[in-house]
Structures are given as C-alpha cells and as structure tokens.
Design a protein around this ligand. Structure first.
Ligand code: GLN
Length: 506
C-alpha cells in the first residue's frame, strides 16, 4: 500500500526517510558528475592535445551548458514528464554518455559529454524539487533536510572528484588497471556509479507515493493513467535529437556565447508569461524567487573561481605544507577542502537552524542569503590575506588558504541549500521544476561570469614572476571580496522588501 502525501509529510523526527533515498541517488549522481567534470580539462589537454586556452574555454562551455539545461529539464518535468520520469530519463542518458566515454573516450569525447549534459539537465533540478515535496508548506524542518541533502551532494563530489581523475592519471588503483585502459576505466567508473544511483532510485521510488508523478497522469478507476503518452515520447525523441546540436555548440564556444545570451532572456520572458496565469500573491513570491536567483549569479561568479583562477593560484603561489608538518598537494586542497568542509559542517548547520527555529531566533532566508555573501566576502579577504603570509619568493601559506575555504563553505551553506529550499517554498506547484531549473541556470551564468572575472586577473600576469602573480591574484581577490560584501549588505538592507514579497513564506 503506497503512502499518501499527508502520511509522507507528517513524518516523525528530524528527517523523512525518503530524504535518505534521494540523498543516496543524488550522492552517486554527483560522484558521476564531479568525477567527469574533474577529468575534462586534464583529458582535453593531455589526451586530446588541445591547447590550454581552448581546453579551458571548452570546459567552461560544458559547465555553462550543463546548468543551462536544468532550466529545460525542469520545464519539461513540470509540463509533461513529472519529476520521477525526468530523473529516470536523465539518469539513463548519463549512464549512456558515461558508457560511450568508457568505450573510447578519445573518439567519442563530445558525444559522451553531450549525453551527460542533457542527462544532468533532466536529473539535477528534479531530484532537488522532490526533496522539497517531502515537506508541508511551513514545516520548519525543510532547510535542515536540504542541508543534509547537500552533504550527500558533496560526499559524491569528494569521492568522484578524487577517484576518477586519479585512476585516469594512474595514481590510484594503478596495479589493477592496465595502463592503456586507465581512462576507459575512469569513465567506466562514472557509468557504474550512475547505474547505482538509478537503481537506488528505482527501488525506492514507491516510497514517494504520488510525489513526482507526471502532471498528465490522472487517476482512473484506482490506477494512474496518462492519455497523452505521445507528449512524453516527443520529449524523449527531442532530447536525443538535440545531442548532435549540443556537440556542435560545445565544440565551438562562440555558440556557447550565443546560447548564454539567449537562454537567460528566454527564461525570463517565459516566466513573465507564466506569471500572467498566477494570482497576485503567487507572482510576488515568484519575483522574490527571481531576486534570490539574480543575487546567486554574483555569488557563483565569485565562488566558482575555485575551478579557474584559484587552481592556477594554488599551482603557482602556495606552499605544500599544512600546519607546518604535513605535505599536501595545494591543488588537491583547492579541489577537495570545500567538499570536505561541507560534509562535516552541513549537518551541524542544519541542526543549528532547527535549534534556532525552536527558540524562534532563526534568521530568515533573506538574512541567511546576506550572511552567505558576507562569509564569501570574508573568505575572499582571507584569500587576499595569504599575501601577508608569503615568503620572499611569493609562496604563500596553505594554512591561510585552507582557512579561506572553510569560510567559503560557511557562506555556501548559508546560501546554496537554502536556495534549493526557498525555490520549493516560493514556487507554485506547476512551476516547481522550472524555478529549480532557473536556480541552477543562475549557476550557469555564475560559471560563465567566473571565467570572465578569472580571465581579468590572469591576463595581467602572463610571464610575470611568482611574486608579481601573488600580488596580481590577491588584489583580484580583494576586489571580489568587496563585491561580495556589497551584495550581502544590499541584500540585508532590502530584506524587508523581499520579505514583503515572500508573504507567508519564511
Ligand atoms: N555543489 C552544488 C551541487 O553540485 C551546487 C552547485 C551549483 O549550484 N553551482 O549541487
């Protein structure tokens, strides 16, 4: 007997049991996603022999596309597939993409990546939306649930981000994997974990009751029935047919620019059209959601320096000693410390929110967002401050750098899981997927702007000494810190206005 929605949402304790099922599905999906993402640039340079600049641009293009397709994935989930089928379809495409790469990563590189782009678009926003559906409107446990879900994301990111590239490069499991098959196995691992993700979902989806069913399905004589199946098939076929197009667009990054210029305005026009069909209160909430989305572009543009300028900074300007004793690869620290801090601190922050809510002193969402920016600002001031802990050769302290990542993480935890949560609170039922897609679309723009920001501080320092690089990068970080602080202060100042728009949503 399937549980009803009320039974699911009336769960006892801190977290609904379905949260854990979605947690594991998402954890494995993120393993696949971050595993693959962590290999892209290296693989393009060392195996496909692209020059560094081209590889960087193409990496940026894939990231922008991945997140841009979440808008499309969310839209089709709302209108036709429902969240569950979208998830299944997206997961399947990701498995196919990873298998293609496992078979021959060099020959089928862009084909495999394109499958993964579309697949993530269908998977990523919709699993997050389903987490929101586990809670009744006004349930104070929702933010904490998203914090835990966010830990799952980062466990997958940490494991996948490390394992795949290390297998490919031959620094992990080298005695088990024949040298000529390392990259096949690395991409194959992504395919295997994605299969685990999908199997987890398939075996637990019944526990979701009616959550995530297609909006076209209606109960007829006790069973769910969809009279418009061919809509569904059209989405599947459309998805497959767009793959050659995406292959072309990722391979030529000028198309990425065009795509990015178009998809954002298109999404806004679409939202404006949807607004005409909703009540005044719903529209106000949607405008509030949009403000959160716009601010988050600024957040991600600064935050995503991690994959770009900060990794170059780590390679050039950091000592490899932590706490004066242990030796660690500074790039390893740059790639993994954030995920590790999220795993350790997301549950604690989740519990802090619950404890504060019980005492009625929990900061509201806008203030949490503002805090997220302030932490981000302090973190970038700390990246800047590494220069005061540098030796005469321009090699700065890894300890201070790691501290900065800890502060970045606090900021991320005030904004990113809360952002997922608030999208589910502010969106009417028929727009949940689209709004979650728009939330991730902001990440696409963030990635895009991050590349431009990063390039603006890199271009001054080519052929410069290590000391010059230190000064140039850290000055850039000081500037980013200021942007973050200004955004945080503005948010806190306009918070009464946004809260008015949010109405009864806290
Ligand atoms: N790291 C988080 C995730 O993978 C957030 C990513 C983002 O929105 N940019 O889900």
């Amino acid at each position: 007997m399937q549980a009803t929605l009320d039974e699911i949402q009336d769960f006892k304790g801190k977290y609904p049991k379905q949260l854990w099922y979605l947690f594991f599905s998402e954890m494995w999906e993120r393993f696949c996603f971050y595993g693959m993402r962590g290999m892209l640039t290296f693989f393009m340079i060392n195996q496909l022999f692209m020059d560094e600049k081209v590889a960087n641009l193409q990496y940026g293009a894939t990231q922008a596309f991945v997140y841009a397709f979440t808008f499309i994935g969310g839209l089709f989930a709302d209108k036709i597939l429902g969240f569950r089928k979208s998830l299944f379809w997206g997961g399947l495409l990701m498995i196919i993409g990873s298998c293609i790469l496992a078979i021959d990563p060099k020959a089928y590189f862009f084909l495999g990546i394109s499958f993964n782009i579309i697949g993530t678009g269908f998977f990523k926003p919709n699993i997050s939306t389903m987490v929101g559906s586990l809670y009744k409107a006004g349930d104070i446990r929702r933010d904490a649930g998203f914090s835990v879900f966010y830990s799952g994301i980062n466990i997958g990111a940490l494991l996948g981000g490390y394992a795949c590239i290390a297998i490919g490069k031959g620094t992990f499991l080298e005695s088990f994997v024949p040298e000529n098959l390392r990259w096949n196995v690395a991409f194959g691992l992504a395919a295997i974990v994605m299969t685990i993700s999908l199997i987890t979902f398939v075996f637990t989806r019944r526990s979701l009751g009616t959550i995530g069913l297609s909006p076209l399905e209606h109960k007829k004589e006790g069973v769910f029935y969809n009279g418009k199946k061919w809509y569904e098939y059209a989405v599947y076929i459309g998805g497959i047919f767009s793959i050659p197009l995406i292959m072309k667009m990722v391979a030529n990054t000028v198309y990425t620019d065009w795509f990015m210029y178009t998809i954002g305005p298109f999404s806004l026009i679409y939202l404006a059209y949807e607004m005409t069909k909703h009540s005044r209160d719903e529209v106000k909430k949607l405008i509030a959601a949009l403000l959160f989305i716009l601010f988050s572009v600024v957040f991600w543009a600064i935050y995503e320096q991690a994959g770009g300028s900060l990794s170059i900074f780590a390679a050039n300007n950091l000592s490899d000693k932590i706490l004066g004793t242990f030796t660690l690869d500074p790039n390893g620290v740059n790639n993994s410390s954030n995920a590790l801090f999220v795993i350790l601190f997301a549950p604690i922050i989740g519990l802090i929110w619950i404890a504060m809510a019980k005492r009625k002193i929990e900061p509201n969402t806008v203030v949490k967002f503002g805090l997220g920016f302030l932490f981000l600002g302090f973190a970038f001031y700390t990246f800047y401050a590494t220069k005061f802990f540098a030796n005469v050769n321009g090699i700065a302290s890894l300890d201070v750098f790691t501290m900065a990542y800890f502060i970045v993480t606090l900021g991320e935890l005030c904004l990113s899981p809360i952002g997922l949560s608030i999208m589910t609170k502010l969106s009417p039922a028929r727009l949940q997927g689209v709004m979650m897609g728009m939330w991730f679309l902001a990440s696409a723009y963030g990635q895009y702007v991050a590349g431009l920001f990063g390039a603006s501080i890199v271009s001054n320092v080519e052929n410069a000494s290590t000391m010059d690089k230190l000064i140039s990068y850290t000055n850039g970080y000081k500037e980013f810190a200021l942007y973050a602080i200004v955004a945080g202060v503005v948010l806190i100042i306009i918070s009464p206005l946004i809260r008015k728009l949010m109405g009864d949503v806290k």
